[in-house]
Design a protein. Structure first.
Length: 168
C-alpha cells in the first residue's frame, strides 16, 4: 500500500511540475516583423504595465507619444500626447475619446481602446521608439526602415522563457 501511495505522490508531483513549466502564465511584449514572422524584440511584462511608443508625425514633424497598457493577452491604447495638430490627429472630443489641453500646453487624447495588437511601419524619419521599464529602444536599430512591425502582448510558459523564446 505504501509503495502504491508513493507512486501516486511521485506521479502527481511530476504532473504539477509539468503544469508549472508549460502553463502559459507569463506575459511578454513581442515585436514581430510582419513579413518574416521573426520576433525582433521580446520582454517580460506584467498585467497593467504601461509602455510608451513615440514617433515624429509625418506631416507636422512634431513628436507624438502614445501610452499603451498590457491587459492580459491584448493591449489597451490609453492616450496620445502631442503639441500640435496634424493629419490624422484628433482635433476635438468625440464619442471615441476626449481631448484636453494639459497644464504643460500639450494636447492629450484619451481613448482607452482595446486592441489585439498594434501595427506600424518603422519610418525613415519618424524615429519610432519604444520605452519600457526605463529602457528606450529605437525601432530602426532593430529592423530596417520600412519594415512592418506588430506589437502584441502574449502569454507564454516558463519553459518558453527558459528556452530563450524571449531573449531580451
Amino acid at each position: 500500500m505504501r509503495k502504491w501511495l508513493g507512486g501516486i505522490f511521485a506521479a502527481l508531483s511530476i504532473a504539477g511540475i509539468l503544469v508549472l513549466l508549460f502553463y502559459p502564465g507569463n506575459i511578454v511584449l513581442k515585436l514581430t516583423a510582419a513579413k518574416s514572422g521573426r520576433v525582433v524584440f521580446c520582454a517580460p511584462v506584467t498585467d497593467g504595465e504601461e509602455f510608451l511608443l513615440s514617433f515624429i508625425h509625418s506631416v507636422n514633424k512634431r513628436p507624438v507619444y502614445e501610452t499603451l497598457r498590457v491587459a492580459g493577452n491584448h493591449l489597451l491604447i490609453v492616450k496620445s500626447r502631442y503639441d500640435s495638430f496634424g493629419a490624422g490627429m484628433p482635433e476635438a472630443s468625440t464619442q471615441e475619446g476626449s481631448l484636453k489641453l494639459g497644464s504643460d500646453g500639450w494636447l492629450e487624447w484619451t481613448v482607452n481602446r482595446e486592441v489585439p495588437e498594434v501595427n506600424l511601419f518603422v519610418g525613415w524619419v519618424a524615429n519610432h521608439s519604444l520605452r519600457l521599464k526605463d529602457r528606450e529602444i529605437f525601432l530602426a536599430d532593430i529592423v530596417e526602415a520600412g519594415t512592418s512591425l506588430s506589437i502584441r502582448a502574449q502569454k507564454v510558459s516558463c519553459f518558453e522563457l527558459w528556452r530563450g523564446r524571449c531573449p531580451q
